[in-house]
Design a protein around this ligand. Structure first.
Ligand SMILES: C[S@@+](CC[C@H](N)C(=O)[O-])C[C@H]1O[C@@H](n2cnc3c(N)ncnc32)[C@H](O)[C@@H]1O
Length: 214
């Protein structure tokens, strides 16, 4: 786990902070995709005011801060301690918004039936064995709670450097929309939708966005 944490600390050190204002002039917003000002907003999470929201892999906290401004009671966890520091420095004045340094599976194990919404944007759902993580997400949710996550879709055919990935600290579980739907159903989730968000004009890669209910 130390190697994984160190890898994510290196990742954090290379990140550029998100802009202060988006194209629409908003100071907070939620972005499911790898493209600025692109894709659906938070509405697929359902009503947020007063709901307990957990983000797995909250990074610098920009997406979660938006949900807190909409009245949700938010907890963001990230394995990299520097991400928590960045998130607190930028969003520490937002009410009902807490950041913790924690590994996703460990945190979920300690928090059964604690959240109404769990989300993860290019986060640990992509980087943790789903057979271990999905049951933990489900048990952390209230009945009917919403789970949503995004990552890039798997590329067709053999992946360059695929075998090298095994040797790296961070593994990735690159499932298709249909594979995620099966995995979620096997872990007891219902009403699963898994769709590819089309990329903006001029880009080739879309974004896989998955939603399910506990
Ligand atoms: C690609 S970044 C995405 C960050 C953020 N969600 C965003 O959209 O900007 C992945 C984040 O997940 C965190 N992470 C990766 N594996 C994790 C794990 N097992 N538990 C908790 N956080 C993890 C990393 O430290 C990193 O901040």
């Amino acid at each position: 786990m130390e190697a994984v944490t160190a890898a994510w600390e290196r990742y954090a050190a290379g990140r550029t902070p998100r802009r202060a204002v988006n194209a629409a002039g908003a100071t907070t917003w939620l972005n499911w995709t790898q493209y600025a000002d692109h894709g659906p907003d938070e509405s697929l999470l359902g009503p947020l005011r007063g709901r307990r929201v957990l983000e797995l892999g909250s990074g610098s906290g920009c997406n979660l801060a938006h949900l807190a401004t909409l009245g949700a009671k938010c907890v963001g966890i990230d394995i990299a301690p520097s991400q928590r520091a960045k998130a607190e420095a930028r969003w520490g004045n937002v009410p009902d918004l807490t950041f913790r340094t924690a590994e996703a599976a460990e945190f979920l194990t300690d928090h059964p039936d604690s959240f109404d919404v769990v989300l993860s944007i290019f986060g640990p759902v992509w980087f943790t064995a789903p057979t271990a993580l999905l049951p933990l997400v489900r048990q952390s949710l209230s009945a009917g709670g919403v789970f949503a996550f995004s990552h890039t879709p798997p590329k067709a055919g053999p992946q360059p450097g695929g075998s090298l990935r095994e040797a790296r600290a961070v593994s990735r579980w690159d499932y298709s929309a249909d594979e995620w739907a099966d995995l979620l159903a096997s872990s007891g989730f219902s009403n699963v939708t898994a769709d590819i968000i089309a990329p903006p004009e001029g880009e080739e890669e879309g974004t896989l966005l998955v939603r399910a209910e506990a």
